[in-house]
Write a protein that binds this ligand. Structure first.
Ligand SMILES: [Ca+2]
Length: 354
């Protein structure tokens, strides 16, 4: 290749990369570091149309030190320079300790082990990262994918209200509208619980109520009504196993993360559904616009009700034609096209974009 052709190739490659990066939708993943949250981050990072600008962990469905360390390994494994940090915000109701132990098992996943020493220093105060990411963004540029309680987001927007305008929309896994809640699944005295709340709302109904009452960006709610369809089926696990056996590392990670779950019978792909509502809304029936309110009193803490005085929320209730197959296939397709072991020899954490 002569010098002119080489220069043209370099310019074209640069322009393509620049335009491609410009066209990506920018997101912040507000995670709480459960096994499903890690698969969600993996899906968002592997999806070509998405640019994950930051991952902020709320101390909820996790053991925070392990959660943070596992995220360091996962970001290195994905070979993407996504900054991440642990929020200093604290929820109202803690998730059961027994469930939070899933984080340790995700941390110990064998295919993440080679990346232990690549991870950068652990960031124990993630709120400044959240704030800086919003500050440096354009108006309405960032979508928030929230797969845990809204504690961190509400704390940040209470203290920095001008940052609300940087958010295009909130996609939140939370609530149970026309179906029973799931907090009574927990090994907790039932007197402390109600049968209508979902965990991400119950963990901090005050935060959810504040977001509902003090923001105007679109909220797309992904409640149990739709996630109840997204079981981790034996067939889905078998397909991931086949992909793992053919050497696909991303399939191995997703399979390992779900195998790390302490009680798969109670487990759904809650958070991954939320990410896929964002990336592929065509897999779902159109959301229904409802006026909703969050109950915060003790007896009904975390219950979301319809109320004429409530806030407009776009609610996803069903997969299109009640068919979950395209959703599962999409995850398998992402896992099948990325991260072969042969790429490991060139592994180094990508440089952060300037
Ligand atoms: Ca979660």
């Amino acid at each position: 290749m002569n010098q002119y052709l080489l220069l043209t190739f370099i310019i074209n490659t640069f322009c393509f990369s620049f335009v491609h990066a410009q066209n990506k939708t920018k997101v912040i993943h507000s995670s709480d570091a459960g096994a499903d949250d890690y698969v969600t981050t993996c899906v968002l990072a592997l999806e070509e149309s998405v640019d994950v600008k930051a991952i902020i962990i709320t101390n909820a469905d996790c053991i925070p030190e392990y959660g943070l360390s596992a995220y360091g390994k996962l970001v290195s494994f994905l070979n993407q320079a996504i900054p991440y940090g642990l929020s200093a915000s604290r929820t109202w109701n803690q998730f059961p300790w027994h469930w939070r132990e899933d984080t340790i098992r995700v941390h110990e996943i064998p295919c993440l082990a080679p990346f232990e020493h690549i991870q950068p220093e652990l960031i124990f105060d993630g709120n400044p990262l959240f704030i800086e990411t919003l500050e440096s963004s354009q108006e309405s540029e960032i979508a928030i994918i929230a797969t845990g309680p809204l504690t961190t987001l509400s704390d940040i927007l209470k203290n920095h209200p001008h940052l609300k305008s940087k958010i295009s929309a909130l996609y939140w896994m939370g609530g149970a509208i026309n179906v029973p809640g799931n907090i009574t699944d927990a090994p907790i005295n039932k007197k402390a619980l109600n049968d209508k709340a979902e965990w991400n709302v119950f963990a901090d109904a005050f935060a959810a109520d504040w977001i509902f009452n003090n923001t105007t960006f679109d909220i797309f709610l992904v409640p149990l009504d739709v996630t109840n369809y997204a079981k981790i089926t034996p067939n889905f696990l078998d397909e991931l196993r086949k992909q793992k056996e053919s050497g696909l590392l991303s399939a191995e990670f997703i399979l390992s993360a779900y195998q790390a779950v302490c009680d798969l019978e109670l487990y759904y792909m809650w958070d991954v559904v939320t990410a896929v509502v964002f990336t592929h809304p065509e897999f779902f029936e159109e959301p229904v616009l409802k006026r909703l309110k969050v109950r915060t009193e003790q007896a009904d803490h975390g219950v979301i009700i319809s109320d004429d005085e409530g806030r407009d929320v776009h609610v996803y209730f069903r997969f299109k034609n009640d068919d979950v197959t395209p959703f599962h296939q999409y995850i398998l397709d992402l896992a099948a096209t990325k991260l072969y072991p042969s790429e490991l020899k060139n592994w180094s954490l990508a440089s952060p974009e300037s």
